[in-house]
Design a protein around this ligand. Structure first.
Ligand SMILES: C[S@@+](CC[C@H](N)C(=O)[O-])C[C@H]1O[C@@H](n2cnc3c(N)ncnc32)[C@H](O)[C@@H]1O
Length: 386
């Protein structure tokens, strides 16, 4: 795997760090236990109350789909995403848009679980090549291992552990001047969302971190401990369209100054209390939706998601061959606005020959079978032939 090629401010991973390092147990192999000296796995029954596991740590079957294929298939059929996996969104629409063909070279800027990558690789054939970027040092090695096991060797699949803000530098480092297609499926993966240790969820308690690359930058708890009310209000407004951004930020900063918040559940509880006291929510569901908005705002902030997206959008035209195609899946208005603006501006400058004039959305069957696809919007553009 190529280490971080991106020396830019958004470069994710310190050179020399171990890209394969993941100190936590491998859920694919170990429900709870340890590999013995001989390499065999000793199992203890994972205990949970009730008939179904509820906590991430208890969902060992879902986290080992190779071993428990039937159990996982039932979960997928019920419209849920098995813990520790990711269901790729709008796959057919993306393939139709990008038209990958045998022998071509593609980039997947957001490798994630490798779902889109696998489909694209299948169409590029033996003479084609896919470069996969991801900044997540926890999940990337697992995805690379999975794809290698499926037979995608170094000649056809090149993973680069980097923020996609390092796209041009990463490709140059790999000796690839330009590519035929680029995909970016923005935001976080289900593996990141579901794992409480990453701090993206408050369904289970975990550290208030929310970084896609925990080796870079600072966790959300630290950012919150120092932020001024005005900056927090701006983040809540710009990143999550929070209508009560000003008063909410004032109250959050006061609460954190009184007692720092370091855990996801603690933050969620404080927010629920606050909404109730102020009469901002009528019921728990409304409170949950507002808590999710706060987590989204923090996540976008600590990962500088808009900054790196704008950097990527500036680099795409120079990384595409004439006639090359780009497709971007976004999940909220701040992202979609930026993609739309960059594509239209690129067309105005003659960099793009065609850009999508409207967004494509998931079809009704996908919405039913995978509710996480609901906010997705797909935009695309074709590089000019000159
Ligand atoms: C929605 S998931 C992608 C899922 C993937 N398309 C699939 O089918 O499995 C987004 C992934 O992009 C990664 N990611 C998000 N922002 C990134 C960035 N700026 N640079 C590199 N990777 C990023 C996340 O770590 C996550 O693994």
């Amino acid at each position: 795997m190529f280490p971080d090629p991106d020396p830019a401010p958004h470069a994710p991973d310190a050179a020399g760090s171990d890209p394969g390092a993941d100190a936590r147990p491998d859920p694919g192999r170990l429900p709870d236990g340890t590999a013995t000296a001989e390499g065999t796995v000793r199992r203890r029954r994972v205990r949970y109350s009730g008939t179904h596991p509820r906590r991430f740590a208890e969902k060992y079957k879902e986290r080992a789909p190779e071993r428990y294929a039937d159990a996982v298939a039932k979960i997928v059929a019920s419209g849920k995403t098995p813990a520790g996996t990711h269901r790729s969104i709008m796959v057919a629409e993306i393939l139709e848009t990008l038209e990958p063909r045998p022998g071509q070279t593609f980039v997947d800027c957001t490798l994630g679980y490798g779902g889109h990558a696998r489909e694209i690789l299948g169409r590029l054939g033996d003479a084609g090549r896919l470069v996969g970027f991801d900044c997540d040092p926890v999940e990337l090695p697992k995805t690379v291992e999975r794809l290698r096991r499926e037979g995608w060797d170094e000649a056809r699949f090149l993973p680069i552990r980097s923020n996609f803000a390092g796209l041009a530098a990463g490709l140059a480092g790999a000796g690839i001047p330009a590519v035929d297609g680029i995909l970016a499926d923005l935001g976080v993966s289900s593996m990141q969302l579901d794992d409480p240790e990453r701090g993206f969820t408050y369904k289970d308690d975990g550290p208030l971190d929310l970084r896609m690359n925990p080796q870079r930058g600072r966790p959300a708890s630290e950012w919150l401990s120092r932020v001024a009310p005005e900056a927090l209000a701006a983040a809540l407004r710009d990143n999550a369209d929070e209508p009560m951004a000003g008063p909410l930020a004032e109250a959050m900063v006061a609460s954190v100054r009184e007692r720092p918040v370091t855990r996801t559940r603690d933050l969620a509880r404080r927010l629920h209390d606050l909404y109730r006291e102020r009469g901002w929510t009528r019921d728990k569901a409304e409170g949950d939706a507002r808590v999710r908005r706060v987590f989204q705002a923090l996540r976008i902030e600590v990962n500088d998601e808009f900054g790196v997206l704008e950097s990527l959008l500036r680099q795409i035209p120079t990384c595409l061959k004439p006639g090359g195609r780009v497709a971007i899946l976004t999940f909220h208005s701040g992202e979609d606005r930026r993609v739309k603006r960059a594509f239209l501006e690129g067309q105005r400058q003659g960099l793009y020959e065609v850009v999508s004039d409207s967004v494509r959305r998931p079809g009704s069957e996908e919405l039913r079978s995978n509710p996480r696809s609901a906010p997705a919007k797909l935009r695309w553009a074709v590089r000019s032939a000159q």
